[in-house]
Design a protein around this ligand. Structure first.
Ligand code: ZN
Length: 142
């Protein structure tokens, strides 16, 4: 009876270690802008250019037509989280409307590449966690 309890506890601890380790690898891959499937392949080719398929594992990034629509919502929310505090700080500083407008336009222009990239990456990694898929090639690079 008692011998089964430590085995179960060990399994749970090992299982939690695996989940934590997998999450850290995924978070790291997200920050480094890597493929959601193999967690190693580059996703972007230029500031706004994307590979259609992962250069390492070969998975197609755009699963279906309109796949990145959810990334637009993530980008919208991210833009709000950046611009709302900026606008509040500028209003608190009581700057002129010209300075306010220029600061908002400049912030938007500077944040657009990051928002575009991370909105797509966050969506692809969330989608991979919700509906996992394995690389199409027989060789796994994990
Ligand atoms: Zn990949």
């Amino acid at each position: 009876m008692f011998s089964s309890i430590p085995k179960t506890s060990t399994f749970i601890i090992l299982n939690n270690d695996f989940v934590v380790s997998d999450s850290i690898h995924r978070l790291w891959a997200l920050l480094l802008q890597h493929c959601p499937v193999c967690l190693q392949g580059e996703v972007f080719t230029s500031l706004f250019g994307m590979h259609t398929h992962c250069p390492l594992c070969g998975v197609k990034y755009e699963r279906e037509t309109g796949y990145f629509l959810n990334a637009v919502f993530i980008g919208y929310a991210g833009g709000f989280l950046i611009l709302a505090p900026t606008a509040l700080i500028l209003a608190w500083l009581n700057v002129s409307i010209l300075v306010f407008s220029l600061a908002i336009i400049l912030t938007t222009a500077l944040m657009t590449p990051l928002l575009f990239r991370y909105a797509r990456l966050i969506w692809m990694h969330i989608d991979q966690m919700l509906d996992p898929r394995s690389p199409p090639s027989s060789i796994s690079h994990r």
